[in-house]
Design a protein around this ligand. Structure first.
Ligand SMILES: NC(=O)c1ccc[n+]([C@@H]2O[C@H](COP(=O)([O-])OP(=O)(O)OC[C@H]3O[C@@H](n4cnc5c(N)ncnc54)[C@H](OP(=O)(O)O)[C@@H]3O)[C@@H](O)[C@H]2O)c1
Length: 297
C-alpha cells in the first residue's frame, strides 16, 4: 500500500494525497520515540506531507521526535500556519484573542516555527484564517522576505473565501487553500471555494474530513443517516465506513489532499486505501443525500 502524489499547483510542491495532521499531537502524550515511530509508519505508507500550525503546540514535540532521526526531514513536506494570536493573559473587555497578518508577525512566527521544529525550511506556510485587517501588499512583502531568505518555499491560505483568496493571489502566488470538508460539512462544494481551486488548478487541503470524529460519534439525524449510508457502501466496496468517507472527499475533481487527524496509524491506512476507490455516481450522491436530508432537486 502506498500513497499517490500530486503537484498541488502549477508551480507548487508535490504532496502525498493523504497528509498527516498534527493538531492533536501534543495531547497524545507520546514519548519522543513513540512520536518518531508514528511519523515513520506514516512515511512507510507514503504519507510524506505533514500539517502543523503555530498555535497547535505540535511543532516542538514534532521537532523533538525529528531530532532523533534528522535525515527524515528530506523525506517530508512540512506545512505550517500563522496568523492566529491566542491571548496569553486573561481576556478583558479591552483585549481579545486576535488575528495578526502584519509583516513583522508573519516573519517572526515563521522563524519561531523553524526553531521549534529544528528545520531550515518550511515547505508551505499558510495564513491560518482570513484577517479582516489583512493588507494584501504587506502579506506579499512578508512572503517575499521569507522566500528570499530561503526560510519558506511556498505560500498558501486556509479558510479563505474565494474573494479573499483572489485578493491575496493578486499580489503573491498561492499554492493551496486549506478548508473544512466532510460528509457532514459540505459548504465548499457549493460556495465557490472548490470551483476556484479547479479554475486555478490548485489542490485544496481538506481538514476534519471525518468532522473531527463526529461523523462516527454524533447522534444527530444527519450523522445517523450518514453512518447507515457509509456502512451500506462499505459492505458493497469491501472497505471500512471510514475509507468510504475519505473516498467521498477525495473524489472531488479539485484533487483534494486530505489531512488525517487520528492518533491511530490504522486510520491513516484507511485513508490511504480510499485513494484507490472510485465511488459510482449514485453512491457518491447517496452520501450527499444523507448529508442534506433530501434528494438532488
Ligand atoms: N486549517 C484549519 O483551520 C484546521 C482546522 C482543524 C484541523 N486542521 C488540520 O486538519 C487535521 C485533521 O483534522 P481533524 O483532527 O479534525 O480530522 P478528523 O480526521 O476529522 O478527526 C480526527 C478525530 O476523529 C477521531 N475519530 C473517531 N472515529 C474515527 C475513525 N473511524 N477514523 C479516524 N478518526 C476517528 C480521532 O480519534 P482517534 O485519534 O482516537 O482515532 C480524532 O480525534 C488536523 O490535525 C490539522 O492538521 C486544520
Amino acid at each position: 500500500m502506498t500513497t499517490p502524489r500530486l503537484t498541488i499547483s502549477p508551480n507548487g510542491p508535490e504532496f502525498s494525497r493523504i497528509a498527516l495532521g498534527m493538531w492533536r499531537l501534543a495531547g497524545w502524550n507520546l514519548s519522543p520515540q513513540t512520536r518518531l515511530s508514528f511519523i515513520e509508519q506514516a512515511l512507510e505508507l507514503g504519507i510524506t506531507t505533514v500539517d502543523h500550525a503555530d498555535i497547535y503546540g505540535s511543532e516542538a514535540p514534532f521537532g523533538e521526535a525529528l531530532a532523533l532521526a534528522p535525515s527524515l526531514r528530506e523525506k517530508m513536506e512540512i506545512v505550517t500556519k500563522c496568523g492566529i494570536v491566542p491571548l496569553r493573559t486573561p481576556q478583558t473587555v479591552t483585549s481579545a484573542p486576535h488575528y495578526n497578518t502584519s509583516r513583522k508577525h508573519i516573519v517572526a512566527q515563521a522563524e519561531e516555527s523553524l526553531r521549534l521544529m529544528g528545520i531550515e525550511t518550511i515547505d508551505v506556510l499558510l495564513i491560518h484564517r482570513p484577517d479582516p485587517l489583512m493588507d494584501a501588499d504587506e502579506i506579499a512583502e512578508a512572503f517575499a522576505e521569507l522566500k528570499q531568505s530561503g526560510k519558506v518555499m511556498h505560500f498558501g491560505v486556509s479558510n479563505f473565501t474565494p474573494s479573499q483568496f483572489e485578493l491575496l493571489a493578486s499580489r503573491t502566488p498561492l499554492v493551496t487553500n486549506q478548508v473544512e470538508l466532510s460528509p457532514m460539512f459540505t459548504d465548499p462544494l457549493h460556495d465557490g471555494t472548490l470551483d476556484q481551486c479547479q479554475r486555478l488548478s490548485i489542490a485544496p487541503m481538506i481538514w476534519s474530513a471525518l468532522a473531527g470524529g463526529r461523523l462516527f460519534s454524533k447522534d444527530s439525524e444527519q450523522a445517523l443517516l450518514l453512518r447507515a449510508t457509509l456502512e451500506g457502501l462499505a459492505a458493497e466496496y469491501g472497505v471500512s465506513p471510514t475509507t468510504i468517507a475519505y473516498a467521498w472527499v477525495l473524489q472531488h475533481p479539485s484533487r483534494p489532499v486530505v489531512i488525517t487527524g487520528s492518533r491511530r496509524i490504522e486510520a491513516a491506512r484507511e485513508a490511504v486505501a480510499a485513494v484507490s476507490i472510485k465511488l459510482k455516481r449514485e453512491h457518491w450522491f447517496a452520501v450527499w443525500t444523507a448529508s442534506k436530508g433530501h434528494n438532488v432537486p
